[in-house]
Design a binder for this molecule. Sequence first.
Ligand code: ATP
Ligand code: MG
Length: 254
Amino acid sequence: MTAILETHGLTKRFGGLVAVNNVSISVERGSITAIIGPNGAGKTTLLNMISGMLLPDKGRVIFEGKDITSYPAHKRARMGIGRSFQNISIFPNLSVLDNIKIALLIGLGEFGASINPLKKLSRYDLLEEAIAIAEAVGLGGKERFIAGSLTQADQRKLDIALAISRKPRLLLLDEPTSGLSVEEIPSILSLIRRLRGNSDPLTIILVEHKIEVVRELADRVIVMKEGSVIAEGPPSSVMNNREVIEAYLGEGYA
Ligand SMILES: Nc1ncnc2c1ncn2[C@@H]1O[C@H](COP(=O)(O)OP(=O)(O)OP(=O)(O)O)[C@@H](O)[C@H]1O
Ligand SMILES: [Mg+2]
């Protein structure tokens, strides 16, 4: 087994609160890992320390064998870590294509302030690339739609499009099905499966509240509660773990 990502003893405090407490995980390349747990368990904080939005108080993050603990978010993005946010973060007044083009340009810009991204990629290439990404997430034919007018599911697809625009090898998705209706969820599930399933497999870590989604998608489940990992393993065994069921009972999930 080859781990694309490892965390060792990650800890994050907010004042007196230990939001993430000594979390060590190992994620296999090409796998889909779901992080579950009640509200406030520390799931988003853990993702933030993997993507570099937050630096840990203690512990290390190892990506593809390299210690990236002190690297800022933009450097990690450049190295191949992409992410989407719990709240959809698109430009609502711009078209689907313009949203994706901006993500592509930002990606290029980070290769160095001295390089003009527009010189590096001709307008034509930018357009082609943006159209290809829109198609890849299932927004083909909607390229000119204004992002804010899309359905929730399509906005989520666009959000994922922005996260994959720089061709990450590790993709972090924070509650990709939140705010979606039951009917909208399958299209996001098949998109996530599709993203993972190409010849150079993408590794995905997703935070998810919906147990059915976790069962459908995840190879491995990590359960967090009050900042700590309380269980991990394949969905079939983790979902039947007593401590896990109890952690959810209080939240009304069982
Ligand atoms: N920037 C912050 N400042 C202070 N406290 C924070 C901050 N971010 C998170 N917290 C606290 O840390 C704890 C963990 O929060 P986190 O957002 O990681 O939980 P979560 O598992 O993602 O929850 P949810 O399922 O509601 O999204 C919570 O108690 C939260 O209030
Ligand atoms: Mg969260």
